[in-house]
Design a protein around this ligand. Structure first.
Ligand code: SAH
Ligand code: SF4
Ligand code: F3S
Length: 448
């Protein structure tokens, strides 16, 4: 068969990254090879996100730029998949003549069929609203980006319907994978040399309640902790309302579970949390944070915050600022509220003025930067365990790796230590990365 190249541009969250690895797996079984150079591709897929309006814009402007490539190479096939087509349906085909086919989050397994139809000159749309049973969840079908760190989907969908959020409409209802399937996949990964797994789900804390024999998330973590070869376990995302004492216990006792938790706060004001349908209060959130901090010393907590949700007053916003300060997050993703068609918050008319949203955003951003830098500076002089990911993108002379607390460390070293766990002494702290020097090498680790 003729050799062909594909590129995938992935937008949005880890779910999309995982789906892209699945798509890459399907294509590489079809004599397609992956390329990052778009001008060399015969097939370009945009795996899209629609969580905020800006995410939609990014995709449309990228499509505009791809028009030129298509003019140069009329055989180039362009497909759009993921969350935008899932909510916009077939109509998305009409938005851009550049696009040959679109498919939703539940149609990935039909990719080969769609490509064959496009080659016959058709424009194709496949958007299934019902969850797909046909999806190959075995994990072996994935073409993973990294050889050391793997995303493992443990559940899909979300049942929470936070009033601002489109995700329940793009991903459907919660469905958990059987624990044995997950364990098998991770054992296979460990056998291939993977050392870190990140378990994926929109709300991992409610994992397993939909299974015919219900399982709790902490029990799943305990089982993964037993798998030899795996050294680090992470998971995203945790919903504060479902974060149990059992999970905190396992985070404390299971050695491989990292001292890191992303716990979206969204707002620190009870009135706003109520209107967001988050299912917890400020007090409950802070109580859980306290328990986490005392059970897991040195835990790095990160969060998501939305500013300018309808009805957010200056006092409400001040509450959020206070909670952020009190928790002392290591990092925050701060978002300006973006109304999403189809979500229930669209009906809230008490919107916050643009200028106030911008001002609040800047205040939180400045606060977070100050807190991040303070946390990072506290690490100078300490030695930490780093999983080497490869060359640093910003500084290709150096290596880049991550600590168990998910901080980026840049340090000199040889590329053959990719995938190794090294001890690194931190010598300097920046805002987004820290610098250091390795105290061990891959070889000395093996010897020990
Ligand atoms: N399942 C995860 C992530 C959902 S999307 C969770 O529950 O936390 C990631 C983040 O995007 C959310 O945590 C929220 O902070 C933000 N977000 C979602 N919808 C948004 C909207 N309409 N406007 C602004 N931010 C939004
Ligand atoms: Fe969206 Fe809320 Fe579900 Fe997260 S928990 S994906 S914010 S609806
Ligand atoms: Fe975006 Fe879809 Fe994830 S909307 S945040 S890519 S689930």
């Amino acid at each position: 068969m003729q050799a062909r190249n594909f590129s995938i541009l992935t937008y949005g969250c880890q779910m999309n990254k995982y789906d892209s690895e699945q798509i890459a797996g399907i294509l590489s079984k079809q004599s397609y090879s992956k390329t990052d150079d778009l001008s060399e591709a015969d097939l370009i897929l945009l795996n899209t996100c629609t969580v905020r309006e800006k995410a939609d814009h990014k995709v449309l402007s990228k499509l505009g730029r791809l028009r030129e490539l298509k003019e140069k190479n009329p055989n180039l096939i362009i497909g759009v998949c993921g969350c935008i087509p899932q909510v916009q349906g077939e109509a998305f085909l009409d938005r851009s003549r550049v696009v040959d086919f679109v498919f939703g989050t539940q149609n990935i397994h039909q990719l080969s069929e769609m490509i064959s139809e496009v080659k016959k000159g058709k424009r194709v749309a496949r958007i299934e609203k019902e969850p797909s049973e046909a999806l190959d969840f075995s994990g072996d079908a994935l073409l993973r980006e990294s050889g050391y760190q793997a995303w493992v989907s443990i559940m899909t969908g979300c049942d929470n319907f936070c009033t601002y959020c489109i995700v329940p409409y793009t991903r459907g209802r919660e469905r958990s994978r059987e624990p044995d399937e997950i364990i098998n996949e991770i054992k296979i990964l460990a056998g291939k040399g993977y050392v870190e797994v990140t378990l994926l789900g929109q709300n991992v804390n409610s994992y397993g309640s939909d299974l015919s024999s219900p399982v709790h998330f902490p029990d799943l973590l305990e089982r993964i902790n037993e798998i030899s070869g795996i050294e680090r376990i992470r998971f995203v995302t945790s919903h504060p309302k479902d974060l149990s004492d059992g999970l905190i216990e396992v985070m404390k006792d299971a050695k491989k579970v990292c001292e890191y938790l992303h716990l979206p706060l969204q707002s620190g004001a009870d009135k706003v949390l109520g209107r967001m349908n988050r299912g917890y209060t400020r007090e409950l959130y802070l109580e859980k944070v306290e328990k986490l901090k005392s059970a897991v010393p040195g835990i790095s907590l990160t969060t998501d915050v939305i500013v300018g949700f309808p009805g957010e007053s200056e006092e409400d916003f001040n509450e959020t600022e206070k909670v952020m300060r009190e928790v002392g997050f290591h990092f925050s993703f701060i978002f300006k509220y973006s109304p999403r068609p189809g979500t229930s918050a669209m009906s809230f008319t008490d919107t916050v003025a643009e200028a106030a949203i911008a001002e609040r955003f800047n205040r939180l951003d400045a606060l977070q930067k100050e807190m991040t830098l303070r946390h990072n500076e506290a690490l100078v002089g300490k030695s930490v365990e780093v999983l080497v990911e490869g060359k640093s993108k910003t500084n290709p002379e150096m290596l880049m790796g991550r600590t168990r607390t998910n901080k980026i460390i840049i340090f000199p070293g040889s590329e053959n230590s990719k995938g190794a766990l090294l001890k690194v002494e931190i010598t300097q702290a920046g805002l987004y990365s820290l610098y250091g020097r390795a105290l061990t090498t891959k070889e000395s680790n093996h010897a020990g």
